[in-house]
Design a protein around this ligand. Structure first.
Ligand code: ATP
Length: 241
């Protein structure tokens, strides 16, 4: 059974249909890179899977159960976690307090504050610092740590590199590698195609709300993904819908 099944999902922002009949499955342990130009619908898709934005059509199933109309907090308890674009930490609370808040929302499991500190060593010295005083990289690590504290089965990360220095991005990805190696199922929105193809097992490219290309990272060239990204290969091999 698939961990996640998305079937003909439609999501709107008012009159604008941001996600159009999107279907795909994710198996347990997979790492998916979700790529596409600005406005392609990636954030809206992740938010709909997490329950932060209501779908207007289609179905989301998690572990075989229909969660399409389940509220976001219940989906967290089922094992779906989203690290949102922009991190959204409580700026006046400490790193530890931000992490503690998440624990109550999630599932029981192995992730503790100490385990997050081991996964993100740059947070150790900042444990009691207010989140608002952290560097971008430290904030991103805290946001990922907060999601991990819910012991997710599916971890979705929206543009973890955004606004970070190259060094901070490398640090975040080094920590993510530990998660990837541990078999956590991950969906990663990443603008850097080279990095996306390197990290992910499978790539899904969105264009104007639809899936323009989907395939194993090892079978795709950077050129194929770039063409799908800009809508240049609608008739080419591997293109969908
Ligand atoms: P980005 O990389 O810029 O975050 P994205 O692929 O994540 O892009 P979305 O943010 O999901 O794309 O946006 C999809 C479409 O929905 C775009 O046309 C965008 O302008 C529109 N949109 C996104 N958020 C809202 C909103 N809150 N209200 C109205 N329209 C929105």
């Amino acid at each position: 059974m698939n961990l996640l099944a998305v079937d003909a999902l439609d999501v709107r922002h008012g009159l604008l249909q941001a996600v159009r009949a999107v279907s795909f499955n994710i198996e347990r342990g997979e790492t998916i890179a979700l790529v596409g130009a600005n406005g392609a619908g990636k954030t809206t898709l992740l938010r709909a899977i997490a329950g932060a934005h209501a779908a207007t059509g289609g179905r989301v199933s998690f572990n075989g159960a229909d969660v399409t109309h389940m509220p976001a907090h219940s989906r967290v308890a089922q094992g779906i976690a989203l690290v949102p674009e922009g991190r959204r930490l409580f700026a006046k609370m400490s790193v530890e307090e931000n992490l503690m808040l998440a624990r109550a929302a999630g599932r029981p499991g192995a992730w503790t504050i100490d385990a997050v500190m081991e996964a993100f060593p740059n947070l150790k010295a900042r444990r009691n610092a207010r989140a608002g005083t952290l560097s971008g990289g430290e904030q991103q690590a805290t946001a990922i740590g907060r999601a991990l504290m819910t012991n997710p089965e599916l971890l979705m990360l929206d543009e973890v590199s955004l606004g970070l220095s190259p060094l901070a991005v490398d640090r975040v990805y080094a920590s993510l590698q530990t998660l990837l190696n541990s078999g956590t199922t991950i969906v990663l929105v990443e603008q850097d195609l080279t990095r996306a193809l390197r990290v992910a097992g499978r790539v899904i490219c969105m264009l104007e709300g639809r899936i323009a290309l989907e395939g194993k990272a090892a079978d795709l060239t950077r050129e194929q993904v770039t063409q799908a990204y800009f809508g240049l290969n609608k008739t080419g091999a591997g293109a969908a819908a």
